[in-house]
Structures are given as structure tokens and as C-alpha cells.
Design a protein around this ligand. Structure first.
Ligand code: ADP
Ligand code: 3PG
Ligand code: MG
Length: 430
């Protein structure tokens, strides 16, 4: 299984009584001191349990948010409490990340005990990958363990400079699993491979789409990013969110996709209908708009031909979800797949409905989720990536219905497109 992972792991080092620096990604959503998703904390438990069972003294370091300096709302203290509850063990919290107090608490740690340091991004030297700062973080440390998959695409002090200073630097189980599962589907998927890509911004995922146009058997586009494609095709999208700066790029991508459609059995699908509304809230009224029957020429006749208006997105409306035809088509393609990579919601899933578990702009996403999770019979292997997509799957309580739900956002995207990740490069080769 771990062929794709060529770094040493915690299985390869002697941990007994060693002071271990565990870089985790505890960048979790916190509202008024309350953690609203503890997925990243839970996913770090196998590594922590292994470390303590093998007698290590565990110092955990993480960032939280993007602070400019110390910020009470971004303290990791609530994480120490939650981690303690999940492990049923005391987790000592240190109010600083480096310095006398941190060093004293590190020294006092006994085998099997855990210390969580304060948010490493309270120090600007973290982001600037500062070597002096890294030396302070590394003080007294015997072994560096990287298990914060979500942050390995950053070349920061705690992900790059620190391991460079330490003799043994190895991966934890979460990092190993993420890299192995993701690279397995990117490099040797069971085919047909379908990429389902949605979410907010095309600019974040253009490289991912480009990659899948090369390697997948079908690429299905939804979410706000589909609007930029529709705009590039000359369609009217009303007041919908789109990225004007990306139109030229998107045209190139569509040409590339079209070349493959013509030479290969390849599907490139953009929504043919959408859910339009004047407002993005629970109480709004929605309208299905089907633009599939209209050529660009007929769009030119709008609004001269009022009969067509119901099939056009109006100037004061936005598309907030894919429509039922598009959702069904995508569900059908997913049913033909052996492997699906899903990154990004098909619509604005966060808006709640009044009397339904599915919000007004979440039906498209719900349809493709049903197709991916076996509701229509077949259950392909599905890898889910993206911060908000993972949050959606977690909120709906359906994580276990997927084969792998990544804890990484940017890191997952970078790994998928084949970039080198500094936090992984810094580890010992297996
Ligand atoms: P991820 O974090 O999973 O990669 P993104 O950050 O790219 O996903 O996008 C998620 C966001 O995209 C969600 O907040 C969702 O509301 C938004 N979104 C999806 N479709 C639309 C749309 N049609 N209009 C506006 N926002 C959208
Ligand atoms: C994430 O949430 O994607 C990671 O924790 C990385 O955070 P960053 O984008 O602020 O570096
Ligand atoms: Mg996001």
C-alpha cells in the first residue's frame, strides 16, 4: 500500500524516552472558544497513541489561523482540552511556543506524557522560516514527527527549518495515509476515473482541472467556478459570482478538454441548468434555469424574446447551485466510474433550509453525494479533498461512506497536481 510513500515513519525509530516534536495541523474552526470541527484532532490520535504507547515524551506544535501576532481568539488552549478529552489523558498546555517556560515543561515531560505548545504563528519567524526561531523550537528535541498533512505545502520554520536541524525526522500515520491514498488514485486509478470539481474559485483549482483533463476519463464541473466557464462560452449568468481575470485561462482549458473529447472517449461536462435566486438565504425563492436549449445566438436575442426569459438567468439573479438535469447527468457519470476524486461543492451548501435537511442550494451536491455513496446501487472508490468539502461531509455525518476524506485543503491540491511539498521533502528517506 505504501509504495507511494518513500519516507521514514514513526515505525522506523526508537521512541523510548525520546523527546518528540510532533507537528500537527490543529488549524480547526473555533467559534467563541468552542471547536466546531474536531476532525483534524481526531485524525491525529493514531499517531499520538503510538508515540505514547512506545514511551515517547510528546511535544505537539501547531498553527491556528493566520494571526499577525498573539491573538487570544487564536489560542490553541481549547485544542489542548479537546485533545485531553479524546485521549482521556492530561495534555499540558504551554502559553508560549519557545523560551524558558516551554523548555522547562519539555524537560519535565515523562515518558507517555503530552505537552501542547501555543500557536506557532504568534511568532512572525514561523512564516519566514527563520533558522534562529527553529533552533529555539528544536531545543532538546530528539525526533521530529510530521503528521500535519494540511500544512506540509508550507515551507515554514516548524515544517522545514526544524526538521533540517534534527537528526531523525519521520512521518506520522496521518501523513502516510493521506499521501498514499491520494497518490494511489492520481497515479494508478481503477478506471473509469471521474473528477468532480466544484467550489468557489476557478483560480484555486485551475491546475487541478488541467491535470484531470490529462488523466481522468471524465471531468465534471460545478459550483461557482462553473460560472466562469459559462461566461467564457458567452452565456448570460446574471449576477453570479465569476472570475473575469480567468476567462482567457478557462478558454484555453476548454480547448484542451475539447481536443481530448475529439480524440478520446473523454467527457467534459459543464452544468446545463442551475438554481437561480435573487438572494443567498434560507427564505429566498428559487427558480430552475435551463440554458441548454439556447445557443449563444439565441442569448443575443434576450431580452427581446420574452418567451425565453424563463430560460435565462436574469440580471438580478445568481446561480447558486447546479440544476436537476446537471445533477442527474453527473450522478449517472459517477455511477459509471470505478474511482471518483471529489473536490468542491456543487452549490452554496452552507445555506440551511427551513424544513428540510437539504438547503435550497444543496440539492445538486446531495445528488452527486448519493451517487458517490452507493444510494443508486454502485459505490465507486471516492477520495474527497478540500477544506470546505471535508467540512460539508463531516457536518452531514457521512465521512465513513467515503474511502478517504482528506484533512488537507491546499496541501491536497498541491499533492494531486504533482508539486513537491516542502514539509515532506524535509523528512528522512525510507
Ligand atoms: P474547498 O474548500 O472544498 O476546496 P472551495 O473553498 O473552493 O471548496 O469552495 C467552497 C465554497 O464555494 C462554499 O463556501 C460554497 O458556498 C461556495 N460555492 C459553491 N457554489 C457556489 C455558487 N454557485 N455561488 C457562490 N458560491 C458557491
Ligand atoms: C489549512 O487549513 O489549509 C492548513 O492548516 C494550512 O493553513 P494556511 O493556509 O493558513 O497555511
Ligand atoms: Mg475552501
Amino acid at each position: 500500500m505504501a509504495e507511494n510513500f518513500n519516507k521514514k515513519t514513526i515505525r522506523d525509530v526508537d521512541l523510548k524516552d525520546k523527546l518528540v516534536f510532533l507537528r500537527a495541523d490543529y488549524n480547526v474552526p473555533i467559534e467563541n472558544g468552542h471547536i466546531t470541527s474536531d476532525l483534524r484532532i481526531k485524525q491525529s490520535l493514531p499517531t499520538i497513541n503510538y508515540l505514547i504507547e512506545n514511551g515517547a515524551r510528546v511535544v505537539i506544535c501547531s498553527h491556528l489561523g493566520r494571526p499577525k501576532g498573539p491573538e487570544k481568539a487564536l489560542s490553541l488552549r481549547p485544542v489542548a482540552e479537546r485533545l485531553g478529552q479524546l485521549l482521556d489523558q492530561k495534555v499540558t498546555f504551554c502559553e508560549s511556543t519557545i523560551g524558558d517556560e516551554a523548555n522547562r515543561l519539555k524537560k519535565e515531560l515523562k515518558s507517555g506524557e503530552i505537552l501542547l505548545l501555543e500557536n506557532v504563528r504568534f511568532y512572525p519567524e514561523e512564516k519566514s522560516n527563520d533558522n534562529k526561531f527553529a533552533k529555539s523550537l528544536a531545543e532538546g528535541i530528539d525526533i521530529f514527527v510530521q503528521d500535519g498533512f494540511g500544512v506540509v505545502h508550507r515551507a515554514h520554520a516548524s515544517t522545514e527549518a526544524v526538521p533540517n536541524l534534527i537528526e531523525h525526522k519521520v512521518a506520522g500515520f496521518l501523513l502516510e495515509t493521506e499521501v498514499t491514498k491520494i497518490l494511489d488514485v492520481m497515479q494508478d486509478p481503477k478506471r473509469p476515473l471521474v473528477a468532480l470539481i466544484g467550489g468557489a474559485k476557478i483560480s484555486d483549482k485551475i491546475e487541478l482541472i488541467d491535470k484531470f483533463i490529462e488523466i481522468a476519463d471524465a471531468v465534471l464541473i460545478g459550483g461557482a467556478m462553473a460560472n466562469t466557464f459559462l461566461k467564457a462560452q458567452g452565456r448570460e449568468i446574471g449576477d453570479s459570482l465569476f472570475e473575469p481575470d480567468m476567462i482567457a485561462e478557462v478558454k484555453k482549458i476548454m480547448d484542451k478538454a475539447q481536443d481530448r473529447v475529439e480524440s478520446d472517449k473523454f467527457v467534459f461536462y459543464l452544468p446545463q441548468d442551475g438554481v437561480a435566486s435573487q438572494k443567498m438565504d434560507t427564505y429566498t425563492t428559487t427558480r430552475i434555469v435551463d440554458w441548454s436549449a439556447h445557443s449563444v445566438a439565441s442569448i443575443d436575442s434576450y431580452p427581446k424574446n420574452p418567451a425565453r426569459i424563463t430560460n435565462m438567468v436574469r440580471d438580478n439573479e445568481s446561480i447558486y447551485d447546479i440544476g436537476p438535469f446537471s445533477g442527474s447527468f453527473m450522478a449517472g457519470v459517477i455511477q459509471m466510474a470505478e474511482t471518483v476524486v471529489w473536490n468542491g461543492a456543487m452549490g452554496v451548501t452552507e445555506v440551511n433550509a427551513l424544513h428540510s435537511p437539504i438547503g435550497p442550494f444543496a440539492h445538486g451536491t446531495d445528488l452527486v453525494v448519493q451517487a458517490m455513496t452507493g444510494e443508486y446501487g454502485k459505490k465507486p472508490t471516492v477520495i474527497v479533498g478540500g477544506g470546505d468539502t471535508t467540512g460539508y461531509v463531516e457536518n452531514r455525518g457521512i465521512i465513513e461512506l467515503f474511502d478517504h476524506v482528506s484533512t488537507g485543503g491546499g496541501a491536497c491540491l498541491d499533492l494531486m497536481v504533482g508539486k513537491k511539498l516542502p514539509g515532506i521533502e524535509a523528512l528522512d528517506k525510507a
